[in-house]
Design a binder for this molecule. Sequence first.
Ligand code: FNR
Length: 180
Amino acid sequence: MKIIAISGSIRSSSTNTALLYSVAALAPKDLDLTIYKGLADLPHFTPELDGDTLPRVVKDWRTLLEKSDGVIISTPEYAYGMPGVLKNALDWIVSSGELVGKPVATISASPSELGGSKAHASLVLTLTALAGNLVEGGSLTIPFIAKKLNASGELTDLNTVQSLKFLLDALVRVIIDNRK
Ligand code: FNR
């Protein structure tokens, strides 16, 4: 089973990326969870590039998603929405459709008490436009994230560890059910 994890933050000490590493640590051995590192390398989306001149990095991005069984996205909130780099990456797969019917789990994390809920809502809206399969139990909003990670970026809040485990289990269950 192959899951692609995407952080909406390209910041080197991103809390959202740290959360995805925590999810990876919770994954069973037979689950191949890859954290996508190419978000910043994707060119700005324009339909004019989306054809014969498709950039190599975009081809690779699409292939990675196509070959995955499921996707986890963890996003920060920038000005009440998801960051532009994440929206840009999702815009690149509107025409190619790699997320159509694909099981997807969504996380938002923020230092504020709302946990980036508006960014989460904007992410869900975009994933709905992409016809992703937003799995039941695969949605999480994490407030006060700065207090839940230690200086090394490790998740120290046990309730959040448990919530991430539930989210991953929900995603894996749907992937297994789809195979039946
Ligand atoms: C933010 N932040 C923020 N937080 C929030 O809860 N709602 C918001 O609208 C915004 N807007 C916003 C805009 C910009 C330009 C920045 C730089 C930051 C704070 C944000 O949640 C915080 O920096 C997170 O830690 C970013 O996530 P990563 O990079 O740690 O994953």
